[in-house]
Design a protein around this ligand. Structure first.
Ligand SMILES: Nc1ncnc2c1ncn2[C@@H]1O[C@H](COP(=O)(O)OP(=O)(O)OP(=O)(O)O)[C@@H](O)[C@H]1O
Ligand SMILES: [Mg+2]
Length: 234
């Protein structure tokens, strides 16, 4: 493989749940720093593909490369914590017993970042998502939109090369969805991370992504270049 650092490449991926094939010889290459939106009908395998990228599932056939590093094949796979990635889920997945700051600090502790650096990094990540003064609250004391901002801060705090999003805005009302979508688009351009963003919403995909990839019958059926409102060079 000659893919540059930060790029992602999937080759001939098969995945089946108990014999029920979801992904069928799927291949896709994502360039370093590119934001790809993954669109497709319910049940077509979008979350399955994201979990394969995250290291939560192992392909039964095919290979996944992060840069020139083989991270998964039928023969073995790297666990999520060795893939240098951050994830944001639909349901926020925050730890209820931890404060906002402790939730965001978690990836730094996992990566054994010295405590002298952690507080500043947590505060910087919270500032980026507009929650600088909510560090001491518990997730239960936040709105849905604020909880998703915490999840976003947690995903970016360690500066991962790859960001994965699984319908992060679908639990929010339409005004908030639009607002956060714009903010994520700007954040992704600033960070320069490679991102895969699963959504049902074509409008959202168009706002965020460099490319929109359509998934159907377990394969990529269309790829479309999106018109970016924010501009890569901005
Ligand atoms: N743990 C599981 N066990 C068995 N089948 C599963 C499991 N997870 C998903 N599936 C099946 O795999 C298929 C793909 O599921 P997946 O969650 O990837 O779809 P999706 O495109 O993310 O759908 P949605 O848009 O509704 O989130 C579906 O038919 C689903 O029922
Ligand atoms: Mg899904």
């Amino acid at each position: 493989m000659t893919l540059s650092a930060g790029g992602i490449s999937l080759h001939n991926i098969d995945y089946a749940f108990a014999g029920n094939k979801v992904l069928n010889a799927l291949s896709l290459t994502i360039e370093p720093g590119e934001v790809v939106a993954l669109l497709g009908p319910s049940g077509c395998g979008k979350s399955t593909l994201l979990k394969l990228l995250a290291g939560l599932l192992q392909p039964q056939c095919g290979e996944i490369f992060f840069g020139d590093r083989l991270v998964a094949s039928a023969g073995g796979m790297l666990p999520p914590e060795q893939r240098d990635l951050g994830m944001v889920f639909q349901d926020y997945a925050l730890w209820p017993h931890m404060t906002v700051a402790q939730n965001v600090d978690f990836p730094l502790r996992m990566r054994k970042i010295p405590s002298s650096q952690r507080q500043q990094r947590v505060q910087t990540a919270l500032s980026r998502v507009g929650l600088a003064n909510m560090a001491k609250r518990k997730p239960s004391d936040l709105s849905g939109g604020q909880q998703q901002r915490v999840a976003l801060a947690r995903a970016i705090v360690a500066g991962p090369r790859t960001l994965l999003f699984d319908e992060p805005l679908s639990n929010l009302d339409s005004t908030l969805r639009e607002e956060l979508c714009h903010e994520i688009a700007v954040l992704l351009r600033q960070l320069g991370a490679t991102a895969v963003y699963v959504t049902h919403d074509r409008h959202e995909a168009g706002l965020l992504a460099d490319r929109i990839v359509q998934l159907s019958s377990g394969q990529v059926t269309a790829i479309q270049t999106a018109t970016l409102p924010t501009g890569k060079s901005a």
